[in-house]
Design a protein around this ligand. Structure first.
Ligand code: FMN
Length: 306
């Protein structure tokens, strides 16, 4: 998830317990080409390259890319081989206007021919290729859209069980997952299919696998404030001290791995980590006023928490 499961948070998650597979935030393939080849930017100074950092404990790790231009996808996917990624995932589900304007994300649902060309371009890297998409654009179109993707036999297909139009405003349509599985069985039996949407815990994910016959579940927002998600520990039993310590470690990794990123990006995590005990709301609102790691530490110290 963009600005959430960045290198810093992925490192923290992996130190607690890594999931079966991790994905990077989505990264623009065109942006990688233009900054490296055209502008000649050094990798150490390139924010997109920074987003593609990972540690060994995060493996298997898949780079999520987006582009509507096959030559750009081919370039970026080959770069991912050099960087040591275990696979490429192509974003065909993002509803953000700025992404769709480039013909990317969910806009790909409207252009299956190009979507397939993009998959083939990623394949040139020799890495396993997967796709993350939705069940349709304005309306559910599983029976036409999903077979288009399966005709390229991707190694995996993750389906966020909402249309583009639904954004995240309605409950995910898990009732459709069995249809996706059946299409996979017919069109590309080797492709792994993962469901996505509203799943909050490992138990719930296992239940979905059982009920629908899908091969796995992608967990998104459930990771907010909970790097313990894959440890199997009950979140309610994680003490405020542990949560605060985890947030401090996250801030440390954030400044180490992505020094050029603005501190306010890290604040996305404050609400999720600092909640659920008496005094948490007051502490959180003070933390929201901070503008650097040093200020964060100072506030925690004032509260006797360091
Ligand atoms: C802040 C935020 C950033 C996201 N960034 C990405 C992204 O970079 N790539 C992607 O495939 N999906 C992204 N998503 C969508 C999630 O992966 C997921 O499909 C959606 O949130 C529904 O699943 P969930 O209920 O498990 O979160 C993002 C979602 C959120 C809330």
């Amino acid at each position: 998830m963009a600005d959430v499961t960045d290198p810093a948070y992925r490192r923290l998650i992996a130190e607690h317990a890594a999931p079966s597979v991790m994905w990077t935030e989505f990264v623009s393939a065109d942006g990688l080409y233009h900054t490296r080849e055209k502008a000649g930017m050094k990798d150490e100074e390139n924010p997109l390259m920074r987003d593609l950092q990972f540690g060994e404990r995060e493996r298997p790790i898949v780079a999520q890319l987006f582009s509507s231009k096959p030559e750009m996808m081919s370039y970026a996917a080959k770069l991912c081989v050099e960087l040591g990624f275990d696979g490429i995932d192509i974003n065909m589900g993002c509803p953000d206007r700025s992404i769709e304007k480039q013909g990317c994300g969910a806009a790909m649902i409207k252009d299956p021919e190009n979507a397939k060309a993009i998959i083939r371009a990623a394949r040139e890297s020799g890495l396993p290729v997967s796709v993350k998409t939705r069940i349709g654009y304005n309306q559910e179109s599983i029976d036409t859209w999903i077979p288009e993707l399966l005709s390229e036999a991707p190694e995996a297909l993750t389906v966020h069980l909402r249309t583009r139009k639904e954004m995240s405003a309605v409950p995910a349509h898990w009732e459709f997952m069995e249809r996706v599985v059946a299409l996979r069985d017919t069109h590309s039996p080797e492709t792994l299919v993962l469901g996505n949407g509203d799943v909050k815990s490992l138990e719930e994910a296992k239940q979905k696998v059982k009920e629908t016959g899908c091969d796995g579940v992608m967990l998104g927002r459930a990771i907010f404030g909970n790097p313990w998600l894959f440890t199997g520990r009950d979140f309610a039993e994680i003490s405020p001290e542990e949560r605060i310590q985890a947030l401090r470690t996250l801030a440390e990794y954030f400044s180490e791995l992505t020094p050029a990123k603005h501190f306010h990006i890290l604040k996305k995590h404050f609400k999720a980590f600092i909640q659920g005990w008496p005094g948490a709301a007051e502490l959180r609102s003070e933390l929201m006023q901070t503008g650097s790691r040093e200020e964060l530490e100072a506030v925690l110290e004032q509260h006797g928490l360091v």
